[in-house]
Design a protein around this ligand. Structure first.
Ligand SMILES: [Zn+2]
Length: 477
């Protein structure tokens, strides 16, 4: 045995030494990285307060945050674990979808022809058959489509939000999901399970979504307002999507919808009013007084279902912040935010007529001059403003503008990369009039790459497509 012992000992020393050296080499190399991701050579559209564009430029990401960006070549001192060469590509903030019903991908095409009220009846009948597990698969499909088309954050409202939370966590997206409210014997209760289940996922935050809000008494709406303020939750409601909403509100409470929610204190909340298509001038005057109020404009859904669309330019004139949303795929069919932008810009984002200042009231003149800021050509909203509505303004109405919506040092890294090789006088014009979600080739959410070279890394697409097709077949029966 002794004759084997010394060679064995020598072998242990040599292998051990090599292992020690290798692990130290690894550790040393790891320590040499001072960034996680470095994007270089791209056109960087920051959408910051100064509208800075760096072309070419670079973005440095560490621990989920943007820690540096600028023009020209990246500083030599940066060494990143992952480098992305964005030569010939556009790098911009991820799009923010301010109003969605993600799992409605299960009902796409179920009823494309009816106006709002009968449509709602048809869709509700299908929804009776949707299980929590179905919501999970429908949400995953929605997230796949959103990631592919450049959305990195969405504000959702649907049944079984715990299942959407599961899908959000797997997909690596950012989302605001609703805390369920039950209303039994006029007693409200708030189901906090979704909050505790997701306390370790900082990308999920919460809303209260009392819908339809006319089903709640003024006292209950006040309780909802208080509870949301106490817990720092967003409030998210469908609002005057249809003229019937005002008629019903007046009949039930002798108040317009705006008077009702103002009296309940909800305009003090961070609140998203989805649609607000039939809001009149008096109501806009009220909404404009509350800086926390935001409106979500859902152009395709509103054009398809309703008699009216969000009066966007008038809202902006009244100082109301407007974001863009897709609504559910049962009404807008596509979750591509670039499609929404494009559709809206061509048909529905016209500026108000110019006012003859000698004849106008003071208020109208002020409104006209403020509208000039985003209606510089006097005819349609400036493309940059529309891109802002889909990014930083959307983040603002969700209360997330300190974290996302623009590319700035200190913000969280929600970034998309587009292969837009389309020579044009103006990059914002290209994004609004000549870009679709299919131009998006990469997506980073909270510093993690979720799509690269046109491939979504976090979702098993064939499995999701098959599941959703099977579920749709079941729902049709
Ligand atoms: Zn909706």
């Amino acid at each position: 045995m002794r004759k084997f012992f010394l060679p064995f000992l020598a072998l242990v020393i040599v292998v051990g030494g090599l292992f020690w050296r290798f692990s130290n080499y690894e550790a040393a190399n790891k320590n040499n990285y001072n960034a996680d991701i470095l994007i270089t050579n791209g056109e960087i559209l920051s959408l910051d307060g100064q509208s800075n564009i760096y072309n070419p430029g670079w973005v440095e990401i560490k621990d989920g945050n943007i820690v540096g960006l600028g023009g020209g070549s990246a500083p030599k001192s940066i060494s990143a674990k992952k480098s992305i060469n964005a030569s010939g590509k556009l790098v911009m903030p991820g799009l923010v979808n301010t109003h969605s019903h993600a799992a409605m991908t299960l009902l796409r095409g179920a009823d494309d022809n009816e106006p709002f009220e009968p449509w709602l009846k048809t869709i509700s009948a299908y929804e009776q058959k949707i299980t929590p597990d179905d919501v999970y698969w429908g949400s995953l499909l929605a997230e796949d489509e959103m990631i592919r088309s450049g959305t990195t954050a969405f504000n959702d409202m649907y049944f079984s939000p715990d299942k959407t939370a599961q899908a959000v966590t797997e997909a690596g997206m950012r989302a605001i999901l609703r805390v369920p409210i039950t209303n039994q014997n006029n007693q409200l209760s708030f189901d906090q399970n979704i909050v505790s289940q997701n306390k370790n996922n900082p990308l999920i935050t919460f809303s209260l979504a009392p819908n339809p809000f006319l089903d709640y008494s003024p006292d209950q709406l006040k309780q909802i307002s208080d509870y949301a303020l106490k817990n720092n939750y967003l409030v998210h409601i469908h609002f005057e999507e249809d003229p019937q909403n005002r008629t019903d509100s007046l009949a039930k409470y002798k108040l317009t919808p705006t008077q009702l929610i103002e009296q309940a204190g909800l305009l003090q909340n961070k609140i998203v009013l989805a649609h607000s298509a039939d809001v009149n001038g008096d109501e806009m005057n009220v909404l404009g007084k509350y800086p926390n109020v935001g409106v979500s404009f859902n152009p395709k859904s509103e054009a398809k279902l309703g008699p009216s669309l969000t009066p966007v330019t008038e809202m902006l004139d009244h100082g109301v912040t407007v974001g863009i949303g897709t609504d559910g795929a049962a009404s807008s069919n596509s979750l591509d935010m670039f499609g929404q932008i494009n559709f809206a810009a061509y048909g529905h984002l016209k500026c108000p007529p110019r006012v003859d200042s000698s004849k106008a009231t003071t208020t109208r003149v002020e409104a006209a001059s403020s509208s000039d800021k985003y209606c510089a050509n006097g005819r349609s909203i400036d493309p940059e403003k529309i891109v802002r509505m889909a990014t930083i303004d959307g983040a603002k109405i969700l209360g997330l503008d300190d974290k996302i919506g623009s590319l700035e040092t200190g913000k969280q890294a929600d970034i998309i990369i587009l292969g837009v090789q389309k020579p044009s006088y103006d990059i914002y014009s290209t994004l609004v009039y000549n870009t679709s979600g299919e131009d998006v080739v990469g997506s980073i959410i909270n510093g993690k790459v979720v799509m690269e070279d046109d491939k979504v890394l976090t979702i098993n697409e064939p499995e999701v497509f098959k599941k959703v097709l099977d579920i749709s077949e079941k729902l049709k029966k």
